[in-house]
Design a protein around this ligand. Structure first.
Ligand SMILES: Nc1nc2c(ncn2[C@@H]2O[C@H](COP(=O)(O)OP(=O)(O)OP(=O)(O)O)[C@@H](O)[C@H]2O)c(=O)[nH]1
Ligand SMILES: [Mg+2]
Length: 189
């Protein structure tokens, strides 16, 4: 059985925990604690260590889903999980104060995941804040990381079908990358 470890990253309130709950076929392991920063994002709880879920795609592809805390004060988990993952769903809440800045900061921090497998961007809460538009995200990625080809979706993290489409796109990218690297290795042997 093929296995992939996928990271769900992004700012506080982007919908990482929600997305993993939407996707997982097992009961999710979550580490929520009371949110002491309700001025930033008004929700009762926040992830303090990680979320963990699993989904099987096709006949035999197990995907391990790890969500990390959005808040920097819990970022010790970022490094640990970053090193285990082969790809990242980067969730950005469109209603955050500066979503394009968040996008650039997360792309910088998790750039390794692009070379290791792939990254997709999933913009949430566009029903609450209509801008920036998806084209602005694509333009920001092209300007900031011109070497990276990163699909951008608008999703609702509560919607299982939308999250599945996002995840499958990422897995296809990861597998394409693995096939290219494998072919290059064979050629150089
Ligand atoms: N209106 C709306 N709500 C959404 C959408 N996507 C997610 N949500 C809600 O936004 C909130 C996201 O919260 P979480 O899933 O806890 O966010 P998180 O990224 O895990 O946040 P931290 O763990 O605190 O970093 C939840 O209340 C979701 O139901 C969307 O597209 N539209
Ligand atoms: Mg969370």
């Amino acid at each position: 059985m093929a296995e992939h470890v996928i990271l769900f990253a992004g700012p506080m309130g982007a919908g990482k925990s929600t997305a993993i709950r939407s996707l997982s076929e097992i009961e999710v392991v979550a580490t929520e604690a009371g949110n002491s920063d309700r001025e930033s994002v008004d929700k009762p709880t926040t992830t303090v260590a990680l979320d963990y879920g699993e989904i099987t795609l096709g006949d035999d592809e197990k995907v391990r889903l790890y969500g990390i805390p959005g808040q920097r004060r819990f970022d010790f988990m970022w490094e640990i999980l970053k090193d285990r993952a082969v790809g990242m769903v980067l969730l950005i809440n469109n209603d955050s104060p500066d979503p394009l800045l968040q996008l650039r900061e997360f792309l910088d921090y998790f750039a390794d995941l692009y070379s290791r497998g792939g990254i997709v961007v999933a913009v949430t809460r566009s029903d609450i804040a209509r801008t920036p538009k998806l084209a602005e995200y694509s333009a920001a990625i092209a300007a900031h990381t011109p070497d990276m080809i990163i699909p951008v979706f608008s999703v609702d993290a509560r919607n299982t079908e939308q999250m599945r489409t996002t995840l499958i796109t990422l897995i296809l990218n990861v597998e394409t990358r693995a096939a290219i690297i494998g072919a290059e290795t064979l050629k150089n042997d």
